[in-house]
Design a protein around this ligand. Structure first.
Ligand code: FAD
Ligand code: NDP
Length: 524
């Protein structure tokens, strides 16, 4: 096999194989010699069938190229497995948003009685039923992705890939069968997996991660979530919303990198709605008690004391590790940043090897978000095969943290704007508002807040917008377009609101922080 790979590599260096391939019609992929040797050849090989990889592969196929995607999911340490589609579909955005929705429905049921619905209390929640419905939907998406690849004539291999040389990968199936696949251009889109704190006794043995939580058949029960970023707060938020006892262990600040005033309001709202916070604490060990519950010991850094608590589930949400370790990147000459394990890329998503690209979570310095991975993949395919020169623009990427009260933002945080432009050159408009829906339901709106960060000089270009409130993702999407187009405060003030909505409050912001006036919105 190795001799054959060397021979094929030599042939490729002379250009013969690729010249032949480039003329081969889409869908016709093997020469007799290659077929006999178990080798296959493509214009584009994508490693990783997640958000970025699938988008890139499908776009390249639409442009008439001969494309293969390899995707393989190593089961989580707890044994959770899933299908095609990557993190977002299986263990990320999709099941997370559906469980967030399940939690929001709980609040709406409570609101409903204020609106005249006679709902018998208590209203129990059935985890098993929710999880099964969510998992079935995810499985339908796995199937949908398979069908799309088939329709677009993208060849799919369920194999784990590692490089043999700069044009060839070796793929191994679940059963250990090996395949060599070669291609003219290769895209690495292998994403990442959750980190385990391996130094903590019992962490791997007894803890779970976001790779497992959405696939649990039984309720996780009383849960300790370790970490304080997107994954941690979203998971802790929906667990509390489903009526479970939920605790967040936070070693430093919440939502690092986000506007910290907004982050504080997010955690304040969560704390007011049932999530417990252990601030300034780090776990030391996890032990299993005879009754199968988990005893966690942690250090409280403020007091210097050790403390313990008992939980049914410990969820590690302490970040993610890029999936590069098993790719044998050195065989292809692809550089990796040794500290982050990510692959450095240039603006064209090119790695240190000119025909090998990296997109999505595995690429250094990119937002770890599905829409950026998808668009980067599509644009890359168009540049490679569609005569396009359009680069992915990673500026002003909007995002939403789906905590019970959602936080959506685009552009700079107030801290970043001050650091970049100086406080005297920044004007911040803000408002505390009450969503109309909250009034009849007598919901507390203390944390519903909007902040627009502008340059001070007229027309005051908007450099950041932050929205905390219901449906923040839906609200932010349109404003993100405006800000991407260079919208100014003056233009936003000329934008007519849609009444009565929460989004209209953005177009009504008139109190600057500098003025010191009370930013609480009263009446229409
Ligand atoms: P992935 O989607 O991770 O796909 C990589 C694929 O490659 C996987 O299937 C993997 O198994 C496979 N693979 C890895 N190594 C190999 C190999 N050697 N051979 C073959 N296959 C391999 N983003 C949002 O925009 N909105 C959200 O609401 C959101 N929520 C999230 C919630 C959670 C809990 C998590 C964990 C993430 C969330 N994200 C969200 C982030 C989003 O899921 C990722 O940014 C996105 O999936 C990255 O896409 P990707 O193509 O880079 O990689
Ligand atoms: P992050 O890397 O963003 O955050 C890791 C968190 O864990 C931080 O709070 C960090 O604290 C803490 N932490 C790290 N190591 C330890 C440790 N040893 N002990 C205790 N705490 C620790 O990771 P996430 O997994 O939350 O998110 C990964 C990415 O996935 C995000 O950047 C985001 O792009 C994407 N995502 C997007 C979502 C969305 O769009 N809604 C939802 C979920 C994920 P500290 O700040 O002190 O370092």
């Amino acid at each position: 096999m190795a001799a054959m790979a060397t021979a094929v590599a030599a042939l490729r260096r002379r250009g013969g194989l690729f010249r032949w391939r480039a003329r081969a019609p889409a869908g016709c992929v093997r020469s007799a010699a290659q077929a006999a040797a178990g080798l296959q050849d493509y214009d584009l090989l994508v490693i990783g069938g997640g958000s970025g990889g699938l988008a890139c592969a499908k776009e390249a196929a639409q442009l008439g190229r001969n494309v293969a995607v390899v995707d393989y999911v190593d089961p989580s340490p707890r044994g959770t497995r899933w299908g095609l589609g990557g993190t977002c579909v299986n263990v990320g955005c999709i099941p997370k948003k559906l469980m967030h929705q399940a939690a929001l429905l709980g609040s709406m049921i409570r609101d409903a009685c204020h609106y005249g619905w006679e709902v018998a209390e208590p209203v129990p929640h059935d985890w098993k039923k929710m999880a099964e419905a969510v998992q079935n939907y995810v499985k339908s998406l796995n199937w949908g992705h398979l069908m799309q690849l088939r329709d677009k004539k993208v060849k799919y291999f369920n194999i784990k890939a590692s490089f043999v040389n700069e044009h060839t990968i070796r793929g191994v199936t679940n059963g250990g069968k090996e395949t060599l696949i070669s291609a003219d251009q290769i895209v690495i889109a292998t994403g990442g997996r959750p980190k385990y704190p391996m130094h903590i006794e019992g962490a791997l043995e007894y803890g779970i991660t976001s790779d497992d939580i959405f696939w649990l058949k039984e309720s996780p029960g009383k849960t300790l979530v370790v970490g304080a970023s997107y994954v941690a707060l979203e998971c802790a938020g929906f667990l509390a919303g489903l009526g479970l006892d939920s605790t967040v262990m936070m070693r430093s600040i919440p939502l690092r990198g986000f506007d910290q005033q907004m982050a504080s309001l997010v955690t304040e709202h969560m704390a007011a709605h049932g999530t417990r916070f252990l601030r300034g604490c780090t776990p030391l060990c996890v032990r299993k008690l005879p009754d199968s519950r988990l005893q966690v010991t942690w250090k409280d850094h403020a007091s210097g004391r050790e403390d313990t608590g008992t939980f049914d589930t410990v969820l590690w949400a302490i970040g993610r590790v890029p999936e590069t370790a098993s790719l044998n990147l050195e065989k292809a000459g692809v550089s990796v940043n040794p500290s982050s394990q990510k692959i450095p890329v240039d603006a064209r998503e090119t790695t240190s090897v000119p025909h090998i690209y990296a997109i999505g979570d595995v690429a250094e310095g990119r937002p770890e978000l599905t829409p950026t991975a998808i668009l980067a993949g599509k644009l890359l395919a168009r540049r490679l095969f569609g005569k396009s020169s359009v680069l992915m623009d990673y500026d002003n990427v909007p995002t939403t943290v789906f905590t019970p009260l959602e936080y959506g933002c685009v552009g700079l945080s107030e801290e970043e704007a001050v650091a970049r432009h100086g406080e005297e050159h920044i004007e911040v408009y803000h408002a505390y508002y009450k969503p109309l829906e909250f009034t009849v339901a007598e919901r507390d709106a203390s944390q519903c807040y909007i902040k627009m960060v502008c340059l001070r000089e007229p027309p005051q270009p908007v450099v950041g917008l932050h929205f905390l409130g219901p449906s923040a993702g839906e609200v932010m999407q349109g404003f993100a377009l405006g800000i991407k187009c260079g919208a100014s405060y003056a233009q936003l003030m000329q934008t007519v609101g849609i009444h009565p909505t929460c989004a209209e409050e953005v177009a009504k912001l008139h109190i600057s922080k500098r003025s010191g006036q009370d930013p609480t919105v009263t009446g229409c």
